[in-house]
Design a protein around this ligand. Structure first.
Ligand code: G3H
Ligand code: 13P
Ligand code: ZN
Length: 335
């Protein structure tokens, strides 16, 4: 058993309390490799933002849980060195399991030093979701690890679970769920979804430039949930904005991304001023990384050293995360 406290991580309790009071959201960025974690830490130190480093089941399978865990620890050390070099404050970092689907997986992450876990029982029946979430909370809280639960189903791919259609969170269930399970935060479904194709073209309208405008998030559901759970931290998954610049750069350099539509940043800015304390972003990083690499190979087809193309990809990520913290989540300057 390794305590996250000995590894330099924090749980999400204090982070969310400050985010709620300051009307911003803490960024939750997924990572699978070194360049992503370097970019996240660099951007968050430079913008002085707290950050949640997310490890999905897919990331564990791809990169190995133990290695990712050590990369998380390395990130804390890198953060300290960078902050000292730049004369900036150290920033709070949480290491979080994204979309944990079993008690055993959550336990394994808690035992190895994660400071926060998500138990995603949203694909089970309500009663099964309650029972599973409660079991994880009871174990996690013994070690002061915070737990995120989920009510409502997001369309798209959540690790190995693919949901064709989303089911909005029923506000009538949230008080019962939170009081029965004891969760520390709740992921809800109000129209976001995972991946780069969040809406079908027929769900969108087109503006004069031919750009798809997606239907707005269901802020009415969010407001109803806030009324029922005053001051309780809410989480938004599936919150990539699928920037047009990145999609165009991918397609101009041999890619074939069709009908990619995300959540407009303005709506996420609005959400971050509410009880939404954590916003999950993965796909935008994937898009910018791919865009930078594709462009690099198009411009310099004879390059073959991974540092030649992963370097610009990492810089594209630093720029993106910095912009998110400053302009979208409002977390810059809140470390
Ligand atoms: O929730 C989905 C995240 O983007 C993680 O995706 O399972 O492909 O790593 P992944
Ligand atoms: P995106 O696919 O919109 O980046 O969502 C990521 C996410 O919710 C991770 O849990
Ligand atoms: Zn998610």
């Amino acid at each position: 058993m390794v305590s996250y406290k000995d590894l330099g991580f924090v749980n999400t309790k204090e982070m969310f309390k400050k985010a709620m009071a300051g009307k911003y959201s803490v960024p939750a960025y997924n990572f699978n490799n070194m360049e992503q974690i370097q970019a996240i830490i660099t951007a968050c130190v430079e913008t002085q933002s707290p950050v949640i480093l997310q490890v999905s089941s897919g990331a564990r399978k791809y990169a190995n849980q133990t290695l990712l865990q050590y990369m998380g620890q390395g990130a804390v050390e890198m953060m300290k060195v960078l902050a000292a070099e730049k004369g900036l404050k150290e920033i709070p970092i949480s290491l979080h399991l994204d979309h944990g689907d079993t008690f055993e997986l959550c336990k394994s992450c808690i035992d190895s030093g994660f400071s926060s876990v998500m138990i995603d029982g949203s694909h089970h029946s309500y009663d099964e979701n309650v029972a599973l979430t409660k079991q994880v909370v009871e174990y996690a809280h013994k070690f002061d690890v915070t737990v995120e639960g989920e009510l409502g189903v997001l369309a798209g791919i959540e690790d190995d679970v693919v949901a064709e259609k989303s089911t909005y969170t029923h506000p009538s269930e949230v008080e019962d769920f939170v009081s029965k399970t004891g969760v520390d935060s709740l992921a809800i479904s109000i129209g976001t979804s995972h991946g780069a194709n969040k809406f079908k073209p027929e769900q969108c309208t087109k503006n004069e430039d031919g750009i798809f405008i997606p239907p707005p998030l269901r802020f009415d559901i969010l407001e109803e949930i806030e009324k029922r759970l005053p001051g309780f931290p809410i989480v938004l998954h599936g919150s990539s904005s699928v920037p047009r610049d990145a999609v165009e750069m991918i397609n101009a350099n041999g890619g074939a991304l069709k009908d990619a539509v995300g959540i407009p940043e303005q709506q996420l800015r609005e959400a971050s001023k509410s009880a939404v304390c954590k916003i999950n972003i993965d796909s935008d990083g994937r898009l910018w990384m791919t865009a930078a690499i594709r462009k690099h190979f198009n411009d310099k087809p004879s390059d073959f050293d991974p540092r030649q193309y992963l370097g610009p990809a990492r810089q594209a990520l630093i720029d993106m995360y910095s912009k998110k913290n400053k302009d979208v989540l409002g977390s810059a300057g809140q470390a």
